[in-house]
Write a protein that binds this ligand. Structure first.
Ligand code: CS2
Ligand code: MG
Length: 401
């Protein structure tokens, strides 16, 4: 089964997406997500100039050899652009192989280890009444776990707060600037979770995303302050490329920690996994070299009692989401799957077959990934420059967003 073409499709229905579309000499079409929010065109160039031409004529069945050819053959290893490009090729080839086998992709990954995947949704609100309303709406939609984000008194714009469809990357010629103050945030958040627990009880799994903004000791303080509210996880509590920082946090709190959506290879996690400094691996298939590499990371993590918490915001396309669901269904150490619903135009471009019923996601039983890219719809939505915001402290210093 020989690769005949490899096309990079850029479309922007509700936001920018980059998709690799691989076709074989026997007419199979495989899809891979290569979307890197705010840096999409760098992956487009990497794929179009340095990867796609090298795929033509290769045996589509040779997934592992192609992965190694693209990883070791690049010489310049790792990084978000390289690993997103490799991920797109990897997932497209898995999609093709599963279609050729006439079975849903998860069957090639060991078959289903559960009936469905526990999903969590995003509740946010500028104040407690609006936050509570969002939590009720999500529970009405069937979510069994909910991420809680709120505004912080004294701060104008903050991550994660939206009324309706949330797209952090604005269609703007330059990043929007948001403001931040860690001490205000640290004073505010424990009271938010005290109020949420008082309103919704002790059982509902609650998650929170710090989004990389605290120092290690501040993260330790927050984790400890939130222990009475029994969080499912505290995410990105401190910039985790400083893996040793999590050792300090771990010494002060038993609040479970989730890290890794900005990571792209197993090397980013090595200390965090081997020393059990985290509880959940946050990477998405799209940003971590595809199914082949993320499966390795999660199987390694599983030896240390660490589970998956695969990243699933709207900037992971329906193709990347489907790949994450097929992997999550087969994994033994599955933890939870993030699920932010895409917009209607995105669902028009990407016809997917995964389901969300009674709080559980399932990738479906169509052969392959179960996603079809409608090229004529995709053409209706050309790329638009978009950037993620940046954060500044009150004195103007750039801070982690
Ligand atoms: C967030 C992401 O969902 C999350 O956990 O951290 O939405 C993140 O802000 C975006 O993926 C950035 O593109
Ligand atoms: Mg996050």
């Amino acid at each position: 089964m020989i690769i005949e073409s490899a096309e990079v499709v850029v479309t922007s229905p509700d936001r920018n997406f980059v998709t690799l579309r691989v076709t074989t000499d026997d007419g199979l079409v495989g899809l891979g997500d290569a979307t890197l929010n705010g840096r999409e065109q760098s992956v487009v160039a990497y794929l179009a100039e340095h990867v796609a031409p090298l795929l033509i004529g290769r045996d589509a069945h040779r997934i592992e050899d192609t992965w190694q050819f693209l990883y070791r053959g690049a010489y310049w290893r790792r990084g978000p652009v390289t690993m997103a490009a490799i991920a797109a090729v990897d997932v497209a080839l898995w999609d093709i192989k599963a279609q050729a086998a006439g079975m849903p992709l998860y069957q090639l990954l060991g078959g289903a280890s559960r009936s469905g995947l526990l999903a969590y949704g995003h509740a946010s609100g500028p104040d407690l009444p609006s936050l509570f309303e969002e939590i009720r709406r999500l529970r009405g939609d069937g979510y069994r776990a909910i991420r809680v984000q709120t505004s912080v008194p004294g701060l104008d714009k903050i991550y994660g707060i939206s009324t309706g469809h949330y797209e952090p990357a604005g269609r703007v010629p330059a990043p929007v600037e948001e403001d931040w103050d860690s001490r205000s945030y640290l004073r505010h958040m424990p009271g938010v979770f005290e109020a949420v627990r008082a309103e919704f009880g002790p059982e509902l799994p609650l998650l929170h995303d710090v989004h990389h903004r605290l120092t290690p000791i501040q993260a330790a303080r927050l984790g400890k302050a939130l222990e009475p509210y029994d969080l499912f996880w505290l995410e990105d509590c401190t910039p985790a490329e400083d893996q040793e920082a999590l050792r300090l946090v771990r010494q002060h709190t038993t609040t479970p920690l989730a890290i890794g959506e900005v990571f792209n290879t197993v090397h980013d996690y090595r200390t965090l996994i081997a020393d059990r400094l985290i509880d959940y691996v946050r990477s998405a298939v799209t940003h971590t070299g595809g199914i082949t590499h993320l499966k390795r990371i999660l199987e390694y993590a599983g030896q240390y009692g660490i589970r998956s918490g695969i990243h699933g915001p709207t900037d992971i396309s329906p193709v990347g989401m489907a790949a994450s669901l097929h992997l999550g269904l087969a994994l033994h150490n599955f933890g939870i799957q993030e699920y932010m619903k895409h917009g209607a135009r995105t669902d028009e471009v990407f016809q997917q077959s995964f389901t969300f019923v009674d709080g559980l996601l399932h990738p479906g039983s169509q052969p392959g990934l179960g996603v079809r890219l409608d090229l004529s719809s995709a053409k209706k939505y050309p790329y638009q420059t978009a950037y993620l915001p940046i954060n500044r402290l009150k004195d103007g210093t750039v801070h982690d967003w």
